[in-house]
Design a protein. Structure first.
Length: 568
């Protein structure tokens, strides 16, 4: 029998800060959702000192960088994505000095720091929007946002039929006037007018403020949405939020308009002024991959999240996404990224354990929904995670993924805070289930998340069994699997390697990357285990068979891999 985590070697205790040159092409980047990572103050909401206290966990895990979701001043109507000051820290999370200390400590431990940039909208409590509401229609203050005259005799009908991502109309009327403002998300998040020079100058200053402090880059929220079609046309509701083309060959006027690329070229020129290779990462739900690759051309962003990989189900679809990603990103000289989880999607343990794993972004799973099979989901999740961590390019991990955390699918309605839940009148569970605070210590209050036992969302009692301290010394744990995979990934330089497909059949994916051969049996029947030294396995291996839903890494000499490739 073979251990599920292979040789289970720990990363070096020395900081492993990747060389500055092109570090982002091969990095393992860990997303931190600040309010749910670690609470040092004891108020039940995670904070910046709580992150600093847990940096040792990330160093042991072996990640190269962290991405912090928003910690800016905000009314918190959308968990901080409604920003009232883009150059500050909300007292909920600490102070600017706390951020400086976090940045300094992370860098000392070999971890770069990327922060969220939220340029599509502000909070309705931002000084600019308050000034806009107080100003006259068509004034310079209102021109910083998107105000339009309503339809109908008295302007009491919205300017068009656009729907919010969070359900309900995308327009809110200003009192009983004929003026309406656009918000692609919550009504507390008015969209900026990116044709306005003030908006462009504002964000130039925001970039420079944080770059001067020493951040290593920005994850750009809603990157595909900054520029809307100039005529704001009606569009079929069922295709408004599609990622690609509608059946008639058109694209939604709300998303992926060509004007966004001018903005990103402007930003790229700013980040390139700074040393250390600071980066821009696009959150852009765009299909096909060939169109998404336009965001990472040499003079625009460095990376774009690969949501097609996150959504892929089954061996054939996963292989197609890998091939298309490597091909299309390669055409523009960019690395592919790989991601299975984030704060907007159902955690992959629960998604892959569901009867229908194609759960749309933002929908969630609630207590009245068909519940996932946790055992099945965890086995599948470990298999695809081991596959992902072998792929060339850059990998993103969402906090708790390394623990094999499932979605909190039985969260009671009274605890929900996602605006999607409220705007859909309780018909959409929303994203809270993926944002529950992490379990660090099995026998501590709030599982070690908070010293007082407070927790802004309740944690399932079953998480005691998978707390980080329980998993840390278990060679078969999901934490050990991730830690071993990342260590081997770094040591064998898999992020810089090329991928070569090898012969396989059915639901088995087989490829060589560097000196490692990967076999991912994503089917329901065992398959033969070829010769080679096992360095990693997502489940126990016995009798020279790879069980169903299991991925194995083999170390083979380069000549053997080449000979097998020549036989094809």
């Amino acid at each position: 029998m073979t251990s599920t985590s292979g040789n289970n070697q720990n990363p070096s205790a020395e900081p492993h800060l990747l060389p500055a040159a092109d570090w982002w092409r091969r990095a393992v980047i860990y997303q931190i959702y600040p309010r749910s990572f670690g609470d040092a103050s004891g108020d039940g909401i995670g904070d910046l000192p709580g992150i600093t206290e847990r940096l040792d966990h990330l160093e042991r895990l072996g990640v190269d960088a962290v991405w912090l979701s928003p910690f800016y001043p905000s009314p918190q109507n959308d968990a901080g994505y409604d920003v009232s000051d883009f150059c500050g820290v909300d007292p909920l999370f600490g102070t600017i000095e706390d951020f400086r200390e976090l940045l300094e400590r992370a860098h000392a431990q070999g971890i770069r720091v990327i922060i969220d940039l939220v340029p599509n909208h502000s909070s309705n409590e931002h000084p600019w929007f308050r000034a806009a509401l107080a100003a006259a229609p068509h004034s310079p203050e209102r021109n910083r946002y998107i105000f339009r005259t309503g339809r109908g005799a008295s302007g009491d009908v919205a300017p068009n039929n656009w729907e919010s991502v969070f359900a309900g109309p995308a327009w809110t009327r200003v009192g009983d006037s004929d003026q309406w403002y656009l918000h692609l998300f919550d009504s507390s998040q008015p969209d900026f007018n990116w044709s306005n020079a003030d908006v462009r100058d504002l964000f130039d200053g925001v970039l420079r403020f944080w770059l001067d402090l020493g951040v290593d880059g920005f994850r750009v929220d809603v990157a595909r949405g900054l520029v809307k079609a100039a005529d704001f046309p009606d569009y079929p509701v069922e295709y408004q939020h599609a990622h690609g083309f509608a059946p008639d060959g058109t694209r939604s006027p709300m998303w992926d308009n060509d004007g966004v690329h001018e903005i990103f070229r402007r930003w790229r020129s700013i980040v390139d002024e700074y040393d250390g290779e600071r980066i821009l990462v696009a959150e852009a739900y765009v299909e096909p991959v060939s169109r998404l690759a336009r965001y990472v051309r040499p003079d625009e962003m460095h990376q774009a999240f690969n949501f097609a990989f996150l959504a892929a189900v089954g061996a054939a679809e996963i292989r197609d996404v890998i091939d298309e990603s490597l091909r299309e990103y390669g055409h523009v000289g960019a690395p592919s990224t790989w991601v299975l989880n984030n704060h907007d999607n159902v955690r992959h343990v629960s998604r892959l354990g569901s009867a229908n794993p194609r759960i749309p972004n933002g929908v969630g799973i609630g207590p009245r929904d068909l519940q996932p099979d946790h055992e099945v989901g965890l086995r599948r999740a470990r298999a695809v995670s081991a596959l992902m961590l072998a792929l060339p390019g850059s990998v993103y991990i969402y906090q708790g993924e390394e623990l094999g955390l499932p979605e909190h699918t039985t969260l009671e309605d009274r605890h929900r805070q996602d605006p999607t839940w409220y705007r859909s009148a309780g018909t959409i569970a929303g994203r809270d289930g993926s944002r529950v605070p992490l379990p660090w210590i099995a026998d501590a209050p709030a599982f070690g998340f908070s010293p007082t036992g407070a927790s802004w969302l309740p944690q399932p009692s079953t998480w005691r069994e998978i707390a980080a301290d329980v998993q840390r010394h278990d060679p078969d744990s999901t934490l050990s699997l991730y830690q071993s995979a990342i260590e081997i990934r770094h040591r064998q330089e898999l992020g810089d390697a090329s991928l070569r497909w090898l012969d396989s059949e059915g639901d088995v994916l087989r490829f060589a990357v560097g000196p490692i051969e990967v076999l991912a049996n994503l089917g329901e029947e065992p398959c033969p285990l070829p010769a080679g030294h096992i360095v990693l396995a997502s489940a126990d291996i016995a009798d020279a068979q790879i069980p169903a839903q299991t991925t194995v890494w083999l170390l083979r000499d380069a000549s053997a891999v080449e000979r097998e490739e020549e036989k094809k």
